[in-house]
Design a protein around this ligand. Structure first.
Ligand code: NDP
Ligand code: OXD
Length: 314
């Protein structure tokens, strides 16, 4: 029985070593080398070439080494076996650090202070709002959104969430679906996007949605933070909205094209903070352990954590 590594742009040998140490009775093979296609029961895949997972007659599951699975569904012939994703405390904690950091950065006007620093200007004549006066809205209230919400609330922010189906989460109002989106946006000063990229969410961070954000907030103008996926955002709209004052600032970790092209106007925009898709870089040891545990559970006839709803795409 073997595990096939189908990892685009990942250092395959490092992952082979880890899985070999964790899955002692399995062979670890990789795309691009000769292997017996009948022996493959599991595929660990990230951005694999379309159709490269076809023709594996004994494939039992596909496992994503990331929390997102949009990279798998780019394959129109993805075999119809269960798909699993990563849910991992280390990754979740890192994402919450990013979200709290950037909410605080905008709350405390760090962009303005840094601009002043470059000009050697000592400007103190502004009153910063308190966290409790600022309403943060988590667009996507799943594993990452809920953890970030709890940590933002601990800092004092006024936090709510938006999810597909709505849910009961103690301490937070959770708005549900398209019907409740306008009310959610109207109470949001800092919008944090932690949505998966699916057919329904592609391009959702556009002029229409962002124009619905609160106009009466203590930050003056609303702020966008996107750490979900670049395909969620319309960068032309975001730049226009920053230009016409509909948005006050943005922190973007993900982009329509990655790496962000060197000539993108986002790089030099004074109200944009750019990070290179590193909001939550996965710890390879933790991720390999999670995937090995998922495989061991499937072999034992269990359904491990992280099963993806293929019909919804996340
Ligand atoms: P989850 O699946 O746990 O949560 C997804 C949330 O989005 C759920 O609340 C879900 O609603 C909601 N949602 C999905 N589709 C819709 C829709 N059409 N309308 C409204 N709500 C919707 O995912 P995670 O929290 O674990 O991860 C979220 C994303 O974060 C990943 O898919 C990935 O793209 C991104 N990510 C980015 C990283 C980075 O470094 N920048 C690192 C890791 C992840 P419901 O609860 O009702 O199902
Ligand atoms: C992701 C991840 O999905 O790093 O981006 O987990």
């Amino acid at each position: 029985m073997s595990v096939l590594l189908a990892l685009h742009d990942w250092p395959v040998e490092i992952w082979r070593e880890r899985f070999a140490a964790l899955l002692l009775d399995m062979d670890i093979v990789a795309l691009g080398e000769p292997f017996d296609r009948r022996s493959v029961h599991y595929a660990v895949a990230w951005g694999h070439p379309p159709r490269s997972l076809s023709g594996l007659p004994n494939l039992a599951a596909i496992l994503s080494p990331g929390a997102g699975v949009d990279h798998l569904f780019r394959d129109p012939d993805l075999p119809s076996v269960p798909v699993f994703r990563i849910i991992d405390t280390d990754l979740t904690t890192r994402m919450s650090e990013y979200v709290v950091l950037h909410c605080l950065l905008h709350l405390r006007g760090l962009l303005r202070d840094q601009a002043n620093q470059r000009l050697h200007r000592w400007e103190t004549d502004y009153l910063q709002p308190a966290a409790g006066d600022v309403r943060v809205g988590l667009l996507g209230f799943g594993v990452l959104g809920q953890d970030a919400a709890r940590k933002l609330a601990a800092v004092g922010f006024d936090v709510a969430g938006w999810s597909y189906g709505g849910k009961e989460v103690e301490g937070f109002r959770v708005y549900a679906g398209a019907a409740q989106l306008p009310a959610f946006l109207a109470r949001t000063d800092i919008l944090v996007s932690l949505l998966p990229l699916t057919n329904e969410t592609r391009g959702i961070l556009n002029r229409k949605l962002l124009s619905g954000l609160a106009r009466d907030g203590r930050l003056g103008r609303p702020v966008l933070i996107n750490a979900g996926r670049g395909g969620l955002q319309n960068e032309t709209d975001i730049l226009e909205l920053l230009g016409d004052g509909t948005l006050g600032a943005a922190s973007l970790d993900v982009f329509e094209t990655e790496p962000l092209p060197v000539d993108s106007p986002l790089w030099d925009h004074p109200s944009v903070v750019i990070t290179p898709h590193n909001a939550a870089v996965s710890n390879p040891d933790a991720i390999a352990r999670r995937i090995a545990d998922q495989i061991i559970a499937i072999e034992a006839g269990e359904v491990p954590e992280g099963l993806v709803d293929r019909s919804r795409g996340y």
